[in-house]
Design a protein around this ligand. Structure first.
Ligand SMILES: [Zn+2]
Length: 234
């Protein structure tokens, strides 16, 4: 059955990606455990967190992807990806920041990482296991998406309304397909790329404006993915 990818809020984005990447249920990215896994639903737990009872480590669907170790919510990443790849609009960092409700620096960083991720991925990406022809992006009228009354939902709703307004008139099955193919590529890259454990740090430093004055050589050896991120930042 085709999947419906929803990106109106954090829960929807996590559920959508989980169905795509784990069609037959979650897998611990640390130890490969398939059964002794549980979803953590505490109010203070980040959305989409799972716990592995074999290795005791938490994980989310973001592990091993370019979305990993990022303070930017997953639905914001997906909306950025749609705006950058689905539509024909020329979306600059300023506009991206305005629609997504993030700083221009964060928008710029999202754009760099998405562009670099797509360049690094094979253009004919092998579909993720749960992928089907006819997968669609659901653009529900925003009212239909307002059933979840969770902390921060007002922010997601306002953001989603700006997103819908930004793609209005330019979103159809073709733009959906371009977005889905791009998402495909990024998820395929996840299988090759080593986990860039430094990426979160880089992003935070970028947000704080610290990287501009940093020396080119990092203090410690860095993974290839991080090395690439650093090259892009310079
Ligand atoms: Zn595990």
């Amino acid at each position: 059955m085709p999947n419906t990818i929803r990106l109106h809020n954090e829960h929807a984005a996590h559920f959508s990606l989980e169905r795509l990447v784990w069609p037959s249920g979650p897998t611990c990215p640390h130890c490969g455990e398939l059964t002794r896994l549980g979803r953590l639903n505490g109010l203070s737990t980040p959305v989409g967190t799972w716990k592995c009872y074999a290795c005791r480590k938490p994980f989310t669907i973001r592990n091993g992807t370019i979305f990993h170790n990022s303070h930017v919510p997953l639905h914001v990443w997906l909306q950025a990806l749609y705006l950058l790849t689905g539509t024909k609009l020329k979306v600059g960092s300023q506009r991206l920041a305005q629609v997504l409700g993030v700083s221009v620096r964060t928008a710029w960083h999202l754009k760099q990482k998405i562009v670099a991720g797509l360049e690094a991925a094979p253009s004919k990406a092998v579909p993720a296991a749960g992928w089907h022809d006819g997968d669609i992006v659901m653009r529900c009228a925003s009212l239909a998406c307002q059933s979840e009354n969770r902390p921060g939902s007002a922010i997601s709703e306002a953001r989603y309304e700006r997103f819908l307004a930004a793609v209005d008139g330019d979103a159809n099955s073709e733009t959906d397909l371009r977005f889905i193919q791009a998402l495909h590529q990024l998820l395929a890259a996840r299988r090759d790329a080593a986990e860039g454990e430094d990426d979160g740090t880089i992003e935070v430093q970028l947000e704080l404006g610290l990287l501009a004055s940093e020396e080119p050589e990092p203090r410690t050896a860095i993974a290839p993915a991080s090395a690439q991120a650093l090259r892009i930042i310079r």
